[in-house]
Design a binder for this molecule. Sequence first.
Ligand SMILES: [Zn+2]
Length: 224
Amino acid sequence: MGVLRGAIVPVTPFQQNCTLLWDSDTLQATVIDPGGDVDQILAAIEQNNLRVERILLTHGHMDHAGGAAGLKQALEAGGGAVPIEGPDIRDKFLLDDLAAQAAKYGIPGASNVTPDRWLSEGETVRVGGHEFAVLHCPGHTPGHVVFINHDQRLALVGDVLFQGSVGRSDFPYGDGDALIAAIVEKLLPLGDEYQFVCGHGPGSTFGAERASNPFLRGATVRSV
Ligand SMILES: [Zn+2]
């Protein structure tokens, strides 16, 4: 087994960081959060000569999940099954409403999607043989999950945490306290050296955010 390599394809007008991860030896790959622009994702898969095993979803928002059904269909047309895994079932109401949401924003091509496997805290998923732990980090959405690879200290955090910010929680189903609690109690304790890829903009490390993220300052002090 080799090491994990990655590429980011910004998708949808929201410039969501659809992420390709693969093993450097086998080129077995996973696509995380294919929100849309499926043709661009397929081009990146082909460019890197990848064989996609599965699609992972962090949460049910359109810019993360709107292209999942279309990508699955396109990939399966060329071979075997490509299961969609995640998020937690508490985001089902969002996945059932993707097409309507996309229409509201005038974004073409989004489809509702039912994952082949719902994920829960404590489960694991595999990316080219590399194991990722599943953490349930609600607040931005009720069923948001985060994927953690301990060997390479890599986290895929979706819209939970950003460089210098945190996810929105002003939706009717949002919960700002739960969001901060998930970051402070589940993510930051993993270690300052963990790097993360987030749903929008540049990534960062848990250490850098612990030190300077204004949304975590008070919360971090309380947790000490
Ligand atoms: Zn979101």
